[in-house]
Write a protein that binds this ligand. Structure first.
Ligand SMILES: Cc1cc2nc3c(=O)[nH]c(=O)nc-3n(C[C@H](O)[C@H](O)[C@H](O)COP(=O)(O)OP(=O)(O)OC[C@H]3O[C@@H](n4cnc5c(N)ncnc54)[C@H](O)[C@@H]3O)c2cc1C
Length: 489
């Protein structure tokens, strides 16, 4: 933890700030930063900044615990410079300059990551990709090419206006970017039909940590050696900067059917969804809310109160969704509750006020998503709840199953607590209980948010022997260790 006094000239008066950086581990020598700026400024001009306000803006992402730091005037970590490249060549210039000087590089998309993944922990340069935002559609091939900084909502709207959809609708659709999706291996609310981003990526362009550009062009499928492109999906900025992505798109659905069901228990509802998937139906959205979450999100629906609500959206061509609706009617059991709970969800699904509203009240609030096969998912649900629920000062822990596969499901937990002492210490105690319970049940410690900085203590255990492979790949691609240093280690 480092404390420094920073100065900024603002409206002709000098303002002084005492700012604590919670995570900053090392400083970059000032002469190296100056040498970097000398190299890139002639090309980037004003798109390279060392202004204090810019450094503060890029000191954090959407990591909930950093809200508590901010309330005390603390930031995770300041970079030394921020750049806004507009082309792959400019990204290559920035990375090769930084790499030759041994300066850390942190790619930054929308900053909607919830685990501190984009925090410039070692100082250095933040590379904001949002000025790289061109889109090109290859309509006949059902392929869209998007630069990394394309905003998620903008891309989906662009496709919808042309009778298409990507089917990638994360709750962070508005603040996230295509590059961020690929870098974190994100997945959307409609994933049970459309898959995660990894199922959509057909090709990639990436600037390697040395500044070289590698392109993996899009094909319907190819068998040309190992699928190296996949190394970069989920690499969270540690193996290079993704600059362009080719994604497969689909026709915009002809028909949508909304259904909901009430069950007596979480287990019963999960089994019903398993039966539906085993019959070959592929709903776009399936969400099973446990008792607490049914009360939290659907309190207006009396028949569901105190029970377990499942909402389903089927979409696609009419013949297919009607056949799928028939499967649901036969297999779901429980009590059908119609369209209205699903409409309520559609109206409120981007509402995420809790963490910022609760933080000033001293409430620590966060979500943790994990996954397990059917044979362990119920055990994981109970073990996780028990482990987190018994952490001192936790107020509640609840869950819904948010993404489904023929092999299992994602459990998306929410917890809140009011710590008497340091919020960070409390937060880490909860995460430790959660991650241990997940590992003990053989679960995946992350389903779609990634590792970032919050999950790194458990990455080694989660990957087992794979951790050494990751370390070797990292050392081979990034010998100077400049790309997102601190991530995963
Ligand atoms: C309210 C809310 C809801 C959310 N809902 C979902 C959800 O439904 N599904 C889901 O998957 N996630 C969700 N998230 C998490 C987050 O939105 C995703 O992880 C998203 O993919 C991050 O994209 P971004 O552009 O904001 O990336 P950032 O937050 O800017 O970056 C995330 C990581 O990727 C790296 N990175 C970013 N761009 C690049 C690039 N071009 N090349 C290489 N590395 C890069 C960064 O260095 C960092 O490590 C949610 C977050 C919030 C705040």
């Amino acid at each position: 933890m480092e404390s420094r006094i920073l100065w900024e000239r603002s409206a002709a008066k000098i303002v002084s700030f005492r700012l604590t950086q919670r995570l900053r581990r090392e400083g970059v020598p000032a002469e190296r930063v100056s040498a970097f700026i000398e190299r890139v400024k002639p090309v980037l001009g004003e798109r390279c900044s060392t202004r204090f306000s810019d450094l503060v803006s890029y000191s954090r992402d959407y990591w909930p615990i950093s809200l508590h730091w901010l309330l005390k005037g603390e930031v995770p970590s300041l970079p030394d410079a921020v750049v806004w490249p507009e082309s792959t060549e400019e990204v290559a210039l920035v990375v090769s300059a930084a790499s030759s000087l041994g300066i850390p590089v942190y790619p930054y998309g929308g900053g909607s990551g919830v685990l501190g993944g984009a925090v410039p922990e070692m100082g250095g340069v933040v590379v904001d990709l949002k000025r790289m935002r061109s889109i090109r559609l290859y309509e006949e091939d059902f392929i869209v090419e998007a630069e990394a900084g394309v905003n998620g909502y903008y891309l989906e709207s662009y496709l919808n206006h042309r009778g298409l959809t990507l089917g990638q609708i994360p709750q962070s659709l508005y603040p996230s970017t295509v590059g961020g999706w690929v870098a974190t291996k994100a997945t959307g609310q409609f994933s049970t039909k459309y898959g995660g981003i990894e199922d959509m990526v057909l090709g990639l362009e990436v600037v390697l940590p040395t500044g070289e550009i590698a392109r993996f062009p899009p094909h319907p499928r190819s068998s040309t050696g190992p699928d190296l492109m996949r190394l970069f999906i989920g690499s969270e900025g540690a193996l290079g900067i993704i600059t362009r992505v080719w994604l497969r798109v689909q026709p915009y659905p002809e028909e949508r059917i909304l259904q909901s069901f009430v069950h007596e228990s979480f287990e019963e509802a999960l089994q019903a969804v398993r039966r539906v998937l085993a019959r070959g139906a592929k709903p776009a959205v399936v969400r099973v809310y446990d008792r607490i979450e049914t009360k939290r999100h659907f309190y207006a629906f009396e028949e569901a109160y105190g029970k377990v609500l499942t909402i389903v959206i089927l979409e696609g061509s009419s013949e297919v969704v009607r056949a799928e609706a028939g499967i649901l009617e036969r297999e779901m059991g429980g009590k059908p509750l119609g369209e209205e709970p699903v409409r309520h969800w559609l109206r409120t699904r981007f509402d995420v006020r809790e963490a910022p509203e609760f933080a000033p009240l001293g409430v620590v609030f966060d979500t943790i998503e994990v996954a397990a096969p059917w044979s362990r998912v119920v055990e994981l649900y109970h073990r996780f709840k028990e482990a987190v629920g018994s952490v001192d000062e936790v107020l509640f822990v609840s869950a819904h199953a948010s993404h489904f596969y023929l092999q299992g499901a994602c459990l998306y937990f929410t917890f809140a607590g009011v710590p008497r002492g340091d919020p960070t210490e409390f937060y880490n105690r909860v995460w430790d209980a959660a991650m241990r319970a997940t590992l003990e049940c053989g679960g995946a410690i992350s389903h779609h948010h990634g590792i970032g900085r919050q999950r790194r203590p458990w990455l080694r255990d989660a990957l087992g022997g794979g951790y050494a492979v990751l370390a070797r790949v990292k050392a081979a691609l990034d010998p100077r260790g400049v790309m997102n240093p601190g991530w995963g280690a």
